[in-house]
Design a binder for this molecule. Sequence first.
Ligand code: BEZ
Length: 239
Amino acid sequence: MTKEGPFIPSWPGFDPAISFLAARLELGLGRKITRLAIMKLLYNPISPFARMCVITAREVGLKSLEIIGVETLSVTNANPEIVRHNPLGRIPTLITNHGHSIHDSRVICEYFAHHAGNKSVLPDEPVKRFRILTLQALGQGMADTAVALRYETATRPESLRWRELIDRNRERLTAACKDLEEHWVNELKEVTLGSITVAAALAYVDFRHGDLGWRDNNQRLADWFGQFSARPSMAPVTA
Ligand code: BEZ
């Protein structure tokens, strides 16, 4: 059974102050994680990349996983708790029960599937496999773009913001949704690393960029996302 704790972030609209305080209590400031009997996922409830991993863990039926909330601090300040396990200071980072670090989200998702003995989220058959990997790359690119857009519009000092880049990233997201609508709806109906990644990316787009209006011209994608969002794997992480 997946052990989710120690804090209770809800998605969306969680209270970062409460959840991150709990996360600090669990990890202890400056202390490396030493209890290695169970896999640990360093996680942030807002991150679409961390969410991809949690959805995958649930979909492949991973038997045990501890989900630990950590604060990413800011774009310009690394959290030493994360850097101890990942030099890039990024979440998600997985610490296996042998104490090895695994990142990024794509590698973690594949590791979860491998560990659970699940072949269906990323089959070996080459045509299917590379189609799914391409869908996964599209979802990953959407999440990258949506996070970059968030940084550009909310994190970067106002005087340094670049209007053309903001517009370009919004265009990218719109084009990706159109492509999903026109070319991927059938593949999305299967639960794979591709559809999971797209679902996590769209959930983040809704959370941070609700004004994008991606549903307006993409009815089939909107219907698919509505159905996928009702899956138990998409539920918020709870203690
Ligand atoms: C955000 O605040 O939008 C965010 C936080 C952590 C990772 C990615 C995005």
